[in-house]
Design a binder for this molecule. Structure first.
Ligand code: SF4
Length: 483
């Protein structure tokens, strides 16, 4: 499929709108239709003296549909022009494909952030709902879950304080790679040898960040160990990094300390004991599904039984805030199997359950097989999760969307009252500075009026190790920010 942007430059938003209907496809872009005989989607803007003409067109397998509208030329501005053309295209594609994406025209990854901004601007519930459903064509159902989520997280959003920050620490290794994975994680096979050096450099980076934190009198609010799978390293290695974290930062005022234990096949009593001893307050044990056949299909090592054992072990060691991640839409999973997984997880009574929707990223092995291999009732699964989890006392407290997600679905974190992850809220609402350490970690510096600047670490462990000194020079940007 070719996308033709005729007399306009709205490439990013046009592509995002088209992907609501045709996900996981790479498009070719042209500015003129003359050389294209195949399937095309075209948008065109024409400025005349009094009016601006907007035009959208699709031709696929010989079938053609078009739509147009006008607006007064005197009031034209680029932002409005972009919105009008995307809206026109969206409605055209709804007719052409005889479907209506549930999130309507909203292509951003943070629908709840959008609500928070509307509330900050003085809008009330009725106005927010009207804007979602009327202007962006979001379904009543999605508007409702976004509103609920905003209301749960609203009291947890911090007052802006430039000197209160969170810390993210990346352990980018996994014992093996799951086929749907799009993270920068490195299987132990290929990266095993790098782990000792990586951890040494990570310790050095924590020392440097610790100096910055002390120098500018920053307060640490939350800590998050993510990856990869932090528990894929040994108990000793985990202890070393967590001790270094405690040495470098004053953790006495930390409100939440997360470790994404992740895969059950990496969790041992010894590692959980270290995590507990070092002060973690919240961990994740992530099954994704309790169907062993589906686990095999998605190449995720470990079994449902190991998940149940890891969960029981964590409870035995006294963890009172455990989150479990699930994925709706996994290949070969059925509604009945998803329902069975969710029902069994609810019966375990974890403190949080996060329901993701399968995302097809180009970097994931699954992407290569094409989305035709992945057909299942993901929407029905996600709908079931919303109603069951709310009925069992889990509140939706954070939400985000990704591109190329099956059925255009969202990811939602649910938790029992008081058990939602503050870090997850902060990262999505972008209201607090996050200092990132380790490879692929990004530091997000949040200033007044929500202006954000980023300092990115290198993506791969070997690059992080090899170019460490160069990378640390970039930390001056953090110093400059707090000057
Ligand atoms: S455990 Fe998570 S990060 Fe690791 S390979 Fe699987 S999906 Fe990717």
């Amino acid at each position: 499929m070719t996308i033709i942007l005729n007399n306009n430059t709205y490439k990013y938003e046009t592509e995002a709108t088209v992907k609501l209907f045709i996900p996981a496809v790479r498009f070719e872009f042209l500015s003129d239709e003359r050389n294209s005989d195949g399937d095309i989607i075209m948008t065109r803007i024409k400025h005349c003296r009094k009016n601006v003409y907007y035009y959208a067109y699709i031709r696929e397998n010989g079938r053609v549909m078009r739509s147009s509208c006008t607006a007064p030329a005197e009031s034209f501005d680029e932002k409005d022009g972009e919105f009008i053309i995307c809206r026109l295209l969206f409605l055209l594609l709804c007719r052409f494909y005889n479907t209506k994406p549930q999130w309507g025209l909203l292509t951003g990854i943070r629908p709840v952030r959008k609500i928070n901004v509307m509330l900050e601007n003085g809008m009330n519930e009725e106005q927010v709902r009207k804007e979602f459903t009327g202007k962006y064509f979001v379904s009543e159902k999605k508007t409702d879950i976004a509103w609920r989520t905003a209301m749960v997280q609203h009291p947890l959003l911090p007052e802006f304080d430039k000197k209160t920050v969170s810390i993210y620490i990346s352990i980018p290794f996994c014992p093996t790679r799951c086929s749907y994975c799009s993270f920068v994680s490195h299987s132990m096979d290929s990266a095993y040898k790098l782990i000792p050096d990586y951890l040494d450099y990570l310790c050095k980076e924590l020392e440097i960040l610790g100096e910055i934190v002390n120098e500018y009198g920053l307060k640490i609010d939350t800590v998050y160990y993510g990856g990869g799978t932090p528990t894929s390293i040994s108990a000793d290695e985990l202890g070393k990094i967590m001790r270094k974290t405690a040495e470098c930062f004053d953790l006495s005022k930390v409100r939440e300390y997360n470790v994404e234990a992740g895969r059950a096949d990496t969790i041992t009593e010894e590692k959980l004991a270290v995590i507990k001893e070092m002060g973690a307050t919240r961990i994740s044990v992530n099954p994704q599904t309790l169907n062993n056949d589906v686990l095999r299909v998605i190449g995720r090592k470990g079994t449902a039984e190991e998940v149940l054992e890891a969960f029981a072990l964590a409870r035995k060691l006294g963890f009172d805030n455990i989150n479990m991640d699930l994925i709706a839409g996994l290949p070969t999973d059925t509604f009945e199997s998803f329902k069975d997984t969710l029902d069994r997880i609810i019966a375990l009574d974890p403190d949080g359950i996060t329901v993701h929707a399968l995302t097809l990223k180009r970097s994931a092995g699954l992407y290569q097989t094409g989305h035709e291999n992945i057909s299942n009732p993901a929407t029905r699964m996600a709908d079931y999760a919303v109603s069951e989890l709310i009925a069992h006392g889990y509140d939706p407290y954070y939400m985000y969307r990704q591109k190329n997600t099956i059925d255009g679905l969202e990811n939602i974190g649910y938790a029992k009252p008081g058990k939602g992850s503050l870090y997850n809220i902060f990262i999505m609402d972008e209201t607090q500075t996050i200092l990132g350490a380790g490879c692929a970690a990004s530091t997000k510096l949040v200033d007044v009026n929500n202006s954000i600047s980023r300092v990115m670490n290198y993506k791969f462990p070997y690059e992080y190790i090899r170019r460490f000194d160069e990378l640390m020079k970039k930390k001056d940007e953090i110093r400059n920010f707090f000057e």
